[in-house]
Write a protein that binds this ligand. Structure first.
Ligand SMILES: [Cu+2]
Length: 120
């Protein structure tokens, strides 16, 4: 009985942590330096990228995951769909954007990332 109660408490703690305490990783500022997004192990690294409104942005992608789905990255808001070669840098030019958050992801959305566009 004690053990079941303990498991219940741990579950509640996990739920509280996940929904209220967990904060996504800090956004990386793309304007500060030329960043490379590494595609590997199911995540884009970094997955939150900050850019300034009204500026064209260039991102480098480096895919290390051999699965075919990881080979395509989509920026649906800008109708961009690009193939990422394995183990080679791919440059993707983004148009100037309005303030907001825009998702980018692989075709099945296993890999997901966010562009955070802010005023300068
Ligand atoms: Cu995928």
């Amino acid at each position: 009985m004690m053990i079941i109660n303990l498991i219940g408490l741990v579950l509640i703690a996990l739920i509280v942590w996940w929904f209220w305490l967990y904060k996504p990783a800090k956004a990386v500022d793309a304007s500060a330096d030329n960043i490379t997004v590494v595609v590997n192990n199911g995540i884009y690294q970094p997955s939150r990228i900050k850019v300034f409104e009204g500026k064209k942005t260039t991102l480098q992608f480096l895919r290390k995951d051999g699965s075919p789905c990881a080979a395509t990255v989509l920026f649906p808001a800008f109708e961009i769909s690009e193939e990422l070669p394995l183990n080679a840098n791919k440059t993707i030019e983004l148009p100037s954007m309005l303030t907001g958050e825009y998702l980018f992801h692989c075709p099945m959305k296993m890999y997901t990332g966010t562009l955070i566009v802010e005023k300068e």
